[in-house]
Design a protein around this ligand. Structure first.
Ligand SMILES: Nc1ncnc2c1ncn2[C@@H]1O[C@H](COP(=O)(O)OP(=O)(O)OP(=O)(O)O)[C@@H](O)[C@H]1O
Length: 672
């Protein structure tokens, strides 16, 4: 038998079951060996004083009463008897397994696996164990037509036939020693049939390291390949002009902004392809950095495009680019544009008369052609997905690509999801920003205390956002909530505040109008659905009230809160919520405790899992078989360090000690 043999030829596997195994991804003997259990049941017997209420466990004792079956209902029955362990008497019941009666013998020793009830000193049995059974049993994900026991038998047979001996090592000896990892042969065996918990732990640790290390090696390979193959543009930066532009900004750049800008410009100036992520907490000033990079590209004779997730944002950027760069012709492209306008804009992009453009995903549609696209910036890139970012890159002459995100991505995720990218981080807020005070209040407090306080603040010149409760399942109810809140507030404030309403159902022109009017202080209060969640910049707005805040995830709350505290005035966020779940309470609590987006993102990740933050499919976030990027973060970091270290030597793939790696990577087509 060989590792590459099809499992169809194994004893006990017919063509039918082979097909079923294939649906589990098991084609060869090797696939079978690396089809690991997702958990283990520990059937080891425990003395009853060690047991916790509700625990599943094995209890061994002597049968002291005969087993009785009583029937009730149509077909239900219950088997009852008592056993004794030391001086303790334990009641045992089995439901709907009357045939077990034969296995219960008075005065004989018996081992029962089931659920322990500490109060009643009883166990609800699931099975009666043969005493010889290995106490640590693997449990696999199976499908209809394949039984747990059949899979275990098959694996056992494969190991018995000595196939386990054919498993070869794929990690260098130096790493095995450095991290005291068990060899692959032992690990694979012990993943299925560990003799005890510690053997399993060691096997798992080794397999996780292997998985994450290879993943990181591939990322490094891809990153180099991307740089080497995809020859980018050389964009000649006019440092002097840029310096003048920077000096004319109404503020000085923060250290982190300057540093990020330098990194971006260096990428642009190099002949390699830029593949960089610009990451910064809400309000840290990413847009300014991006705009300056666009400026440098246009000065060098290229076009620059900025793609954002919503039309409101596209408009906002359009305004600010025009204001910053009156010397250029700036375009705006959104889905809701009139045909004539659109045609004009497309012609301008094609003949090069429009130098800078901002817009939504309309920017990457087929009909859009650029004369000399040199730089593409995408904002909130995880909303676009990895595929779209490729499409954009393929437009024009392989432009440099910069991705921006205001979602603070925990380091764990950044290196897994974006490990093939360079990352610039703005980890500093502009000087003069004051911390945002966040309060969590109950609904009952809204009318008596929050609204009068808001009215007072409005009187002193504050502008306020009210976010209506989010109903993701229904746009209609979502809209109704916003409208109700708008009416309630209009009635409450009367002539004390001018209230406006913004929601997703409005026409784009209407949305723009409302945003512009709010910015121009024609309104004091803006009631909105989450359409303003990201990017909206009205520095004079200083109060954010979020209704039913517990319906939102932490990252979303953080983004919403980021709409205030964008100027020098003291800002507040009020979370109005009566959460029912512990998770909801915890989220409200954390929001009042920290304003650090990275801390919040880590918490969010822990509470919700990575899939929900990014939507696995969209983000291209890899799925692992044994590793878990949240909980195995320490292993991930080490694996990354080691992978980077290997690639630092340009000749690494020729060294004898790395041949195992080269072989494995070649098998996975990484070197194509
Ligand atoms: N160095 C600075 N000093 C003072 N103010 C700044 C500085 N940089 C940016 N700002 C201002 O701070 C506000 C937020 O900046 P910007 O919109 O660029 O942030 P952002 O990181 O894109 O925010 P978000 O992620 O929330 O969209 C803007 O009003 C901007 O003019």
């Amino acid at each position: 038998m060989n590792l590459t043999d099809s499992i169809q030829f194994l004893k006990g596997v017919g063509p039918k079951s082979a097909e079923r195994y294939q649906q589990l991804g098991i084609f060869t003997v090797s696939d079978l060996l690396t089809y690991f259990p997702f958990r283990y049941d520990d059937f080891a017997a425990k003395p009853i004083f060690e047991l916790i209420d509700g625990e599943k466990t094995t209890i061994v004792g002597t049968v002291v009463t005969p087993a009785n079956v009583s029937y009730y209902g149509a077909r239900r029955n219950r088997l009852v008897f008592k056993i004794k362990q030391g001086e303790a008497v334990i009641s045992v019941s089995f439901f709907n397994q009357p045939y077990l009666q034969n296995k219960v013998e008075l005065d004989a020793e018996i081992a029962i696996y089931g659920k322990w009830d500490a109060k009643k000193m009883s166990i609800t049995g699931m099975k009666i164990l043969a005493q010889v059974e290995n106490s640590f049993q693997p449990v696999y994900h199976v499908m209809q037509g394949i039984k747990q026991s059949a899979l275990v038998t098959l694996l056992q047979a494969v190991f018995d036939a000595g196939v386990g001996e054919l498993i070869t090592e794929n990690l260098p000896e130096s790493l095995l020693q450095k991290y005291r990892l068990v060899d692959r042969k032992t690990a694979v065996h012990d993943m299925h049939f560990p003799i005890d918990e510690s053997a399993h732990h060691q096997a798992l640790r080794r397999m996780k390291f292997e998985e994450l290390f290879y993943f990181q090696l591939k990322l490094q390979a891809l990153r180099l390949k991307d740089k080497a193959l995809a020859f980018g543009l050389t964009i000649k930066i006019d440092e002097q002009l840029l310096a003048v532009k920077i000096s004319r900004l109404p503020f000085t750049l923060t250290g982190a902004q300057s540093q990020s800008l330098r990194e971006i410009l260096a990428d642009m100036a190099s002949p390699y392809h830029m593949n960089r992520l610009l990451q910064g907490d809400v309000g840290s000033g990413k847009t300014v950095v991006a705009s300056l990079a666009m400026y440098a590209a246009v000065q060098a004779g290229f076009q620059a495009a900025l793609m954002v997730p919503t039309e409101i944002l596209a408009n906002q950027h359009y305004e600010s680019l025009q204001e910053l760069f009156p010397e250029f012709s700036v375009g705006l492209l959104t889905g809701g544009m009139k045909t004539a306008e659109r045609r004009l804009l497309l012609a301008g992009l094609e003949d090069g008369s429009i130098q800078m453009v901002t817009g939504t995903h309309a920017l990457i549609q087929d009909a859009v052609n650029y004369q000399s696209l040199g730089l593409v910036i995408t904002d909130e890139q995880h909303r676009f997905g990895v595929k779209q970012r490729r499409v954009f890159r393929e437009k024009g002459q392989n432009p440099d690509v910069l991705m921006m995100t205001a979602t603070p991505i925990p380091r764990t995720l950044a290196i897994t999801a974006f490990g093939d990218m360079d990352v610039s981080i703005i980890n500093e807020l502009p000087a003069g920003r004051k911390p945002i005070t966040t309060r969590w209040v109950k609904h009952e407090q809204l009318t008596p205390s929050i609204l009068p306080w808001v009215a007072d603040e409005v009187h002193k010149g504050a502008q306020v956002y009210f976010i209506s409760p989010l109903i993701e399942e229904s746009e209609m109810i979502d809209l109704k909530n916003a409208t109700d809140l708008f009416e309630e507030l209009t009635a409450f404030f009367g002539d004390k505040a001018r209230v406006a309403l913004l929601h997703g159902r409005l026409k784009n022109a209407e949305k723009d109008q409302i945003m512009l009017a709010f910015k121009a202080k024609k309104y004091d209060v803006l009631v909105s659905t989450t359409v303003i969640e990201v990017g909206v910049n009205v520095p004079n707005a200083t109060i954010m009230v979020i209704m039913d805040a517990d319906r939102f995830g932490l990252s979303q709350l953080h983004q919403l809160r980021g709409r205030v505290g964008r100027g020098e005035k003291k800002s507040y966020t009020i979370l109005v919520a009566n959460p029912k779940s512990d998770g909801g309470k915890r989220r409200m609590q954390i929001m009042t405790e920290t304003q650090n987006g990275f801390v919040l993102a880590e918490e969010d990740l822990k509470m919700r899992g990575s899939g929900e933050i990014f939507g696995t499919r969209q983000s291209g976030l890899p799925e692992f078989s044994v590793a878990d990027i949240v909980n195995d973060y320490p292993i991930l970091e080490v694996a990354r360090e080691e992978a980077v270290a290997i690639y630092q030597d340009p000749q690494w793939s020729e060294k004898p000690e790395n041949q195992l790696l080269v072989a494995s990577l070649t098998e996975d087509d990484v070197f194509d």
